[in-house]
Design a protein around this ligand. Structure first.
Ligand code: ARG
Length: 457
């Protein structure tokens, strides 16, 4: 196919260079946006008297027919086209002749690609947003079903204090709620139309950029044409949001993998979201969670690749920027896939409440509460902390737990100990007595569930 720009050249582009230069095999994803942008551009050109209304109508009909033929599969994307923009324009000219060549007036591929990408990505962001909301809903359902499941809360992966599984899960709901906010922020900054920036310096035609921006659902236009064509902050920003989402999914995955192990045995994933081993008959592997954890690295790579590609680029457009698309497409698609597998995996996960409780019974998880018991009876917390440390050490030496150590022994450490201490350090009391806002106590957990439900509504 002869290049659009062949006029200035004496000989054709080398075959291999042509392949190297081409982006059609990945940017054809944006064909719908490209056509939508062209429709709005043609309408504006006619409204401003830059092309005639008859030309606009011919261009519009041509573009609509092309769109229909692509969507129905009648018109395959031509892999020989340099990129999606050239493909649509060439096809239009092929269909409607000379008039098709008027479409590219007061426009460049530089502002065109920036426009298409913003339109494509704001839509992807919308889809990620609804997947996040669906996941938050699933987390909330699981939390509601597990307000009575007491488990060890960990720090340093050492048993620390008892919490409910509901409370633990709701921590993730809060993370994903923040992610929705981050997405919204990113879209807010992305949603300005660069079209009309042209190659870099704007144009001598009396265009109406606002008209195009309104028609395409943007909140306004970019204010500087050089920035308009060279800005890819919106890619980096969306990828950083994607990276944070993946980081959250990865931490959650890691916990699910741990909880599914024989050693923990806190949960069991559904057969539908686990796989077996080719050699070890007993195995039930949490491959989905592992893949989500693994794909996190890939999305971070997309972000770092994009930032590195942009670093050091002089203004305005440079071909380096064609490399933006594969990274950002991969990033948003990976997040989308991970979210859509994670939600049903979590929804079908069985919780083994008795195993959780057993784990919470061991490991002196109520030692803080024992210290609080003395503190409430008047002893300064630091002194109480020290005494309880001594008791724990003695228990370990003698094979006792805080529950089985006799009262007489307790009283050798402090006269303040009385028989009510056992009630005070029971697991249920430890959880119930957590009354501070945001804590694992039942009122606080109910408030968190209500908060998440209200957010979703
Ligand atoms: N395929 C190109 C890209 O994705 C479109 C812009 C081409 N502009 C140019 N001046 N060569 O960046």
């Amino acid at each position: 196919m002869e290049k659009m720009w062949a006029g200035r050249f004496l000989s054709a582009l080398d075959r291999q260079a042509d392949d190297f230069n081409s982006s059609i095999h990945f940017d054809s994803k944006m064909v719908k946006e490209d056509i939508e942008g062209s429709l709005a551009h043609a309408a504006m050109l006619a409204a401003r008297g830059i092309i005639t209304e008859a030309d606009r109508d011919a261009i519009t009909d041509g573009l609509l027919a092309i769109r229909e033929d692509i969507l129905s599969g009648k018109l395959p994307i031509d892999p020989a086209a340099e990129d999606v923009h050239m493909f649509v324009e060439a096809e239009l000219t092929h269909r409607i002749g000379e008039i098709g060549k008027r479409l590219h007036t007061a426009r460049s591929r530089n502002d065109q690609v920036a426009l298409d990408l913003r339109m494509y990505l704001r839509n992807e962001a919308k889809e990620i947003r609804s997947s996040l909301l669906a996941l938050i809903g699933v987390i909330c359902d699981q939390a509601e079903a597990n307000t009575d499941a007491i488990m060890p809360g960990y720090t340093h992966l050492q048993r620390a204090q008892p919490v409910t599984f509901a409370h633990h899960l709701l921590a993730y709901a809060m993370m994903f709620i923040r992610d929705v906010g981050r997405l919204d922020d990113a879209v807010k900054r992305m949603n300005f139309s660069p079209l009309g920036s042209c190659a870099l310096a704007g144009t001598t035609y009396p265009t109406d950029r606002e008209m195009v921006a309104r028609a395409l659902g943007f909140d306004g236009i970019t204010q500087n044409s050089m920035d308009g064509v060279s800005d890819r902050d919106f890619c980096a920003e969306l990828l950083s949001v994607c990276s944070i989402i993946m980081m959250h999914l990865s931490r959650f995955s890691e916990e699910i993998i741990l909880w599914s192990s024989w050693e923990f045995g806190f949960v069991e994933l559904s057969d539908a979201y686990t796989t077996g081993s080719s050699i070890m008959p007993q195995k039930k592997n949490s491959d989905m969670a592992e893949l989500v954890r693994g794909k996190t690295g890939r999305v971070y790579g997309d972000l770092i690749g994009t930032l590195t590609m942009l670093k050091g680029l002089p203004l305005a457009y440079n071909k380096d920027m064609q490399e933006d698309k594969e990274s950002v497409f991969d990033g948003v698609e990976t997040v989308q896939k991970c979210l859509s597998i994670f939600a049903p995996m979590l929804a079908t996960m069985k919780v083994k409440k008795d195993h959780m409780r057993q784990a919470a019974c061991a490991g002196f998880i109520n030692a803080t509460d024992l210290a609080d018991y003395l503190t409430k009876k008047g002893m300064p917390f630091r002194s109480a902390y020290k005494i309880v440390g001594g008791i724990v050490a003695a228990c370990i030496a003698s094979g006792h737990t805080l529950e089985t150590l006799p009262l007489e022994t307790y009283r050798t450490y402090s006269e303040l100990f009385e028989s009510d201490l056992f009630e005070e350090i029971s697991l249920d009391t430890c959880v119930k007595k957590r009354i501070s806002a945001g804590s694992t106590g039942p009122d606080s957990v109910a408030a968190q569930i209500a908060y998440v439900r209200a957010y979703l509504a």
